[in-house]
Design a protein around this ligand. Structure first.
Ligand code: NAD
Length: 331
């Protein structure tokens, strides 16, 4: 009897693997390692024919060089900054993602945080739960009408576009900065476009980040950029932690410059307990306590989307194992 190819799921997804087996049964054996660090992969992945890697750790050159016969690496998510694609390219292993399973959910999450902050609901709920202030709107003011206020989007790809359409429906004046899109996207969407991040930062009431983490976008928003934003404005990051210096966000709140921030992604996840962001957010004396919404990289999640990324990830693995054309090869 010929041995079936071996598919290793490194992290995040564990038994029962009913979704992956629906696609791969009869074609491959699946092993879920449920690893929390890359070291735990040693001795487990060398003979894998396909790898599915989620986001608990970086899948570095060290792991990729250990793969003896791997035909495909699938990252069943959008961002693939956690995979050393250069090392994979050198070994001739294609890397694929699943780009579309959470487009709506991340946009929904960005708008949810933006609305909760700008409407004062997060601030008032956080304060009144601690019995601070009167049972009225006073301590939450000023709260401004959203219609006509500027919603700035950095990176107007799939999620940025979905966020733009949502923000438009709420009456925002939507503006985006994205140097890699051809002319005309702004006309198709019926929004404005600016040619520099500075132009966007200077006028935006809300800045929402939807670009990938690359060498160019790492640290795109730090103290200097936040200073360029209007006093009382809001920052939303559902892209990648590395795009924003989140400690600078917290400092800008303490200085009274930022009105609030919604942060789904951090430079390190989970964050160290003593990180300045966590310390400020937990401290009832710090403005971030009431003005920062912090989520555990959950913007993508919904039950239907989880089924979608697991199914589509396994389908791409199957195409790779069968030498069929790949649908979402990123490298
Ligand atoms: P996408 O590739 O469709 O869009 C990204 C856009 O960013 C592109 O239009 C690109 O031109 C633009 N861009 C690249 N470099 C830029 C720069 N320097 N300045 C401005 N724009 C730039 O990707 P997407 O599906 O919209 O996803 C965007 C990002 O969201 C992903 O890369 C991922 O990191 C993040 N994401 C987060 C979650 C979450 O749960 N928080 C889930 C999915 C995706």
């Amino acid at each position: 009897m010929t041995q079936l190819p071996k598919v290793v799921i490194t992290d995040f997804i564990d038994e029962p693997l009913e979704i992956e087996r629906r696609v791969l049964d009869g074609h491959a054996e699946i092993l879920a390692l449920n690893a929390l660090s890359e070291d735990e992969l040693i001795g487990q992945i060398e003979d894998a024919d396909a790898i599915m890697v989620y986001h608990y750790f970086r899948f570095t050159r060290a792991s990729i060089e250990r793969l003896e016969k791997c035909k495909i690496i699938v990252r069943p998510g959008v961002g693939y900054d956690g995979v050393d694609i250069e090392a994979a390219r050198e070994r001739g292993i294609p890397v694929c993602n699943v780009p579309d399973y959470g487009t709506e959910e991340v946009a929904d999450s960005a708008l949810a945080m933006a609305l909760s902050l700008t409407r004062g609901s997060h601030f008032l709920s956080s304060r009144l739960r601690r019995s601070i202030g009167d049972w009225n709107v006073d301590q939450g003011t000023p709260i401004h009408r959203l219609r006509g206020r500027i919603f700035g989007i950095i990176g107007c790809g799939r999620i940025g576009t979905a966020a733009a359409l949502r923000a438009k429906a709420f009456g925002f004046d939507v503006v985006f900065y994205d140097p890699y899109l051809p002319d005309g996207v702004e006309k198709a969407l019926g929004v404005r476009r600016v040619d520099s991040p500075e132009a966007l930062l200077a006028e935006a009431f809300i800045v929402s980040l939807h670009c990938p983490l690359t060498d160019e976008t790492r640290g795109l928003i730090s103290a200097g950029e936040i200073e360029q934003m209007p006093v009382g404005s809001f920052l939303i990051n559902t892209s990648r932690g590395g795009v924003v210096d989140t400690a600078a966000v917290v400092e800008a709140m303490a200085a009274g410059h930022l009105g609030g921030a919604g942060i789904d992604v951090l430079e390190q996840e989970p964050p160290p307990e003593d990180s300045p962001v966590i310390t400020a957010w937990r401290n009832p004396e710090h403005p971030a306590h009431d003005r920062l919404i912090l989520n555990p990289h959950s913007a993508f999640y919904c039950e239907e989307g989880a089924e979608e990324f697991r199914t589509k990830g396994a389908q791409e693995v199957l195409r790779g194992l069968r030498d069929e054309p790949l649908r979402n090869q990123v490298s």
